[in-house]
Design a binder for this molecule. Structure first.
Ligand SMILES: Nc1ncnc2c1ncn2[C@@H]1O[C@H](COP(=O)(O)OP(=O)(O)OP(=O)(O)O)[C@@H](O)[C@H]1O
Ligand SMILES: [Mg+2]
Length: 276
């Protein structure tokens, strides 16, 4: 099996003059090429620290990590790893260096010394991100969701194998959030490996595999159905269950048991309709 990410025993602490904060402890995680994985966890659980490892933004302190078969501990591979595994961050406003979209994307390409087919890469990336024809627009004139799409276009132009979305929807309104989630899912269907990091369990429903981080440890992993319907696990992680799942358990308290625990509101309404 070909792995996009393979970590074993990954442990990390933030060390300063007067403190050491253990942020990750013995993490074993692997993500297949082409997979859509989600990593969920509450504030401070270590999600971003783990994501930064995948992108070679923090040094490997203990354990091993291979990204696209490349050893992340090898400093000579830094730029190759970052080009292979790119990241989209929470705040779209912090991800631009130029206010004109095409200039911003070109800047990113130049950073990675990509000089071939620059115009084509830019227009194709914008089209894939749902911003066809936005080359000359100013980022300041975009909505939050469009800004995040422009940031994603900047990443797509680099043609990475993996895209890590670190809470990429958390600053958006519900419409913007839904749009970015469906774009993420669409990119995965077209072949990208996606690692979606979020503290909304609800957003992990579309993933193939969901991992749960709590206080720097992986405390669960499995299909969305296995993980997101496990109330004990979600409670332990301090996470809110998807709405349909909470509803299922509320109905049980009222003496109504659906045939199966639904993950989405669509599934919930199907289950309710099938009650007789
Ligand atoms: N630069 C840093 N220096 C010191 N400690 C840090 C630093 N970054 C994170 N930490 C600590 O490491 C732990 C994990 O933080 P991390 O940012 O990885 O969590 P997170 O799950 O991404 O949280 P959030 O949901 O708030 O983004 C926390 O205890 C945090 O306070
Ligand atoms: Mg974070």
């Amino acid at each position: 099996m070909e792995y996009a990410v393979k970590a074993a025993n990954l442990t990390h602490s933030y060390i300063s003059a007067d403190s050491s904060i253990l942020s990750l402890e013995n993490i074993d995680i692997s993500v297949r090429k082409g997979e859509f994985a989600a990593i969920i966890g509450r504030n401070g659980s270590g999600k971003s620290t783990l994501a930064k490892h995948f992108n070679a933004l923090v040094p490997i302190m203990h354990g091993t990590l291979f990204v696209g078969g490349m050893n992340v501990a090898d400093k000579n591979l830094l730029w190759q790893i970052r080009k292979y595994c790119a990241m989209v961050f929470q705040n779209p406003d912090n991800q631009f260096v130029s206010s004109i979209i095409k200039e911003d994307i070109a800047f990113g390409l130049n950073n990675y010394s990509i000089t071939d087919n620059v115009d084509y890469r830019i227009s194709s990336a914008l089209e894939q991100a749902g911003l066809k024809g936005f080359e000359n627009r100013s980022v300041h004139m975009l909505s939050g969701g469009q800004k995040q799409r422009a940031a994603i276009a900047g990443i797509l132009a680099l043609e990475p194998e993996i895209i890590v979305f670190d809470e990429a929807t958390s600053m958006l309104d519900p419409k913007g959030r839904r749009g970015i989630l469906s774009l993420v899912s669409e990119l995965n269907k077209k072949g990208k490996t996606v690692i979606m990091i979020t503290h909304y369990a609800e957003e992990a429903v579309l993933a193939e595999k969901v991992y749960v981080l709590s206080e720097g440890k992986l405390i669960g992993g499995g299909s969305p159905r296995e993980v997101l319907t496990d109330m004990d696990l979600l409670n332990q992680a301090g996470l809110v269950a998807p709405l349909a799942v909470s509803f299922y358990y509320d109905l049980i308290k009222m003496g109504i048991r659906l045939k199966k625990c639904p993950l989405t509101l669509e599934e919930l309404s199907e289950e309710i309709c099938s009650l007789n």
